[in-house]
Write a protein that binds this ligand. Structure first.
Ligand SMILES: [Zn+2]
Ligand SMILES: [Zn+2]
Length: 250
C-alpha cells in the first residue's frame, strides 16, 4: 500500500502542514486540517479520494473540509464521497461548512454521505478493510487500521499512550503515531492527551509493529537526533520521521 504524507505537522506550525495522510490503494484521506487542502490539489490527489476518515473533531484535523467540499462543487465533482467519523460527524461537518459557505452543503452536486464509527465498527471499502480503536485525546477520538491483503497500516490520530492503540497496531507493517514532544516536556507541561517520543516507542514495542512513523511533532521539538534517542529507549524496530510530501510503500 502506498502512503502519501501530505502533511506531518501539529496545529500551529508555520513551517509544516497539519498532519494529513493519503492511502492511495484505499482511495482514503485521513484527516483534513486547515493547511492541508492546497497541498491535496497541488499533489493532484483530489480526484483519487473516495472516503475521508476524521480521527477527532479538532480544527487541525477537520477545518480543511469546507474548502475541500466547496472546491469539489466548483470543479463539478460527480463521484460520491463518504466521510467517516465519531458520533456527531454529520452535524459537525455541516456546522463548519455552513459557517464558511452558507447553503452549500446540500447542493454540492455530488452525493455526500456520513458514516458514524466506533471502536467496534468495521468498514469494508472496495479495496481495503478498516477497523478502529478508541484513542486517548478528546472525547470521541479514534485510531484506524487499514488492511489490504497481507499488509496493514495503523494511524493513531492525536493520542496519549493507550492500550487500545497497542492492540489495534499488533504486528502491523507501519504504525503512524502522533508524537508531540519529549517525555520531559510532556511531564513539565502535564500533557496527558498527547504522546511523548518515549511513549510512541513503548506503543511501537508493545504492539511489535514493523515500522514506527512519527507525525504531529510540536514545532519546538523537531530535533530528529533527540527524538530518535528517546524512541530508542523503548523501540528497536525501524523508525521513520517522514518529511512533508514523502511517499512510502508498505
Ligand atoms: Zn487534537
Ligand atoms: Zn492535532
Amino acid at each position: 500500500m502506498k502512503i502519501n504524507f501530505i502533511g506531518i505537522g501539529e496545529a500551529f506550525d508555520e513551517n509544516r502542514i497539519n498532519t494529513c495522510i493519503f492511502i492511495e490503494d484505499a482511495s482514503l484521506l485521513i484527516d483534513c486540517g486547515y493547511s492541508a487542502v492546497q497541498r491535496i490539489w497541488k499533489e493532484d490527489l483530489h480526484n483519487k479520494i473516495n472516503t475521508i476518515f476524521i480521527s477527532h473533531f479538532h480544527a487541525d484535523h477537520t477545518f480543511g473540509l469546507p474548502a475541500l467540499l466547496v472546491r469539489y462543487y466548483e470543479e463539478k465533482r460527480e463521484t460520491p464521497l463518504t466521510i467517516l467519523g465519531a458520533k456527531g460527524i454529520e452535524k459537525y461537518i455541516r456546522n463548519i461548512t455552513e459557517l464558511g459557505y452558507p447553503n452549500r452543503i446540500d447542493n454540492l452536486g455530488f452525493r455526500l454521505t456520513f458514516q458514524e464509527i466506533n471502536s467496534d465498527s468495521s468498514v469494508n471499502l472496495e479495496s481495503a478493510a478498516l477497523t478502529f480503536a478508541k484513542a486517548d485525546h478528546i472525547d470521541s477520538s479514534f485510531a484506524i487500521r487499514i488492511k489490504k491483503d497481507s499488509k496493514s497500516i495503523v494511524y493513531s490520530g492525536d493520542s496519549g499512550y493507550c492500550t487500545e492503540i497497542v492492540e489495534l497496531a499488533k504486528d502491523t507493517d507501519i504504525l503512524i503515531h502522533e508524537s508531540y514532544t519529549s517525555q520531559k516536556d510532556k511531564e513539565a507541561k502535564d500533557l496527558k492527551k498527547h504522546s511523548s517520543f518515549l511513549s510512541c516507542g513503548l506503543c511501537a514495542a508493545n504492539s511489535a509493529c514493523k515500522t514506527l512513523a512519527l507525525v504531529h511533532i510540536l514545532r519546538t521539538s523537531c530535533d530528529n537526533n533527540a527524538i530518535e534517542q528517546e524512541v530508542r529507549q523503548a523501540y528497536r524496530g525501524t523508525l521513520l520521521i517522514p518529511k512533508e510530501g514523502e511517499e512510502l510503500e508498505v
